[in-house]
Design a protein around this ligand. Sequence first.
Ligand SMILES: [Zn+2]
Length: 405
Amino acid sequence: METDDCNRDCGGGSAAAGGVAGASAGVEVRADAVAVSELSDAALHRRLAEIGRATSALAALRSETLRELTRRTDAATAEQTVKDTLRIPGWVARSDVKNSVALGDLDATRSGLEDGTIPDGHAQLIARASTEGPIDEAWLAERAQREGYDRFRRTVARHQAEASSDDGASLLERQRQARSGKIFTSRHEGMVVLNAQFDPVTGARLATVIAAAERRLYSNEDPKSRPSHTQRTADAIAMLMLEPDTARPVGTSLLVVADYDAVNHQLTNARLSDGTPIPIGEIGRIAADAQVLPAIFDHATGDLRMGRSRRTATELQRAALALRDQGCIGCDVSPDYCRAHHIIEWQHGGRTDYDNLVLVCNDCHHKIHDHGHTVERVPCTARYELRPPAPPTTDDCTAPRAPPA
Ligand SMILES: [Zn+2]
């Protein structure tokens, strides 16, 4: 489909396009000329924060524009226009248009995006959730202003289950129906691409198996020449598919958790180990599989002290840590990609006890051992966090000025 000439020409990709076209289209992007090599650490950090706010504000403009295009024509035409103009993949254009239309009714999220306090990715999560069922938008928008992406994604999932009238069962069913898979050769790079999406329960089962294979590959690697995380994930998937007879590595049980309501004698609040809620009925459905480890967290913690009898965490300890930390304490990645780290280190007499262990991913583990990051317990939330050595506090006159409030 052809779009008008102006759209085609403005998408030319020149850095000046934003500013020049802005005169007539109401968009202007301008940055002060600064020699970045002369900025202090604090100034670089502030610059990054300003870029983050500007990125959100631009996303708000994009969304407003797509909404208006859709209003004037229809969603399919708007999709084609944005795909041609921004030269993005069709599926991105489709979800962009859909979420932009949804944002029209989400006042708190829209204004957070406009003033840069809500990142674009967070706003997209809220917009998508609003198309899937009832949500408390103001509450989510408030959380979006202070949670990292991975944590907020889980917050949205939990909120959707709580707000649904059937314990999330219809949401899960919709997600099951939306499964898709595709294998193709990328024409550009000649690489074969596997692309698939699954509902959260199936996805967690696959992720658990892949992560366990990754941990095994990691432990057999030469520390001096490790592949990247994404290379290792590719190796793990290939190993699982091409060598299916390889013994299933330990740690492949999918952990599902529920609380026991002693008053009503029933299980409630079922969830995956990263906190993603699942309908309570799912427990019966998947617990028939021997690879699923059902747990009632409070009953499990009594048996989680291994002292100095072993250095590595047991599977039960890993499960309990996954429940408590819900992912890497430094960056929130899923518990599947984490290892148990001794807070008081093993070589300094630290014990393999639940309360001396935290979950960290390989990258954050590296930050602790090589870059002086420390594990701290936040008293008011009782959560563990990873703290950098000391934030840069020095300032200098080369720092860019803060934008007018
Ligand atoms: Zn991490």
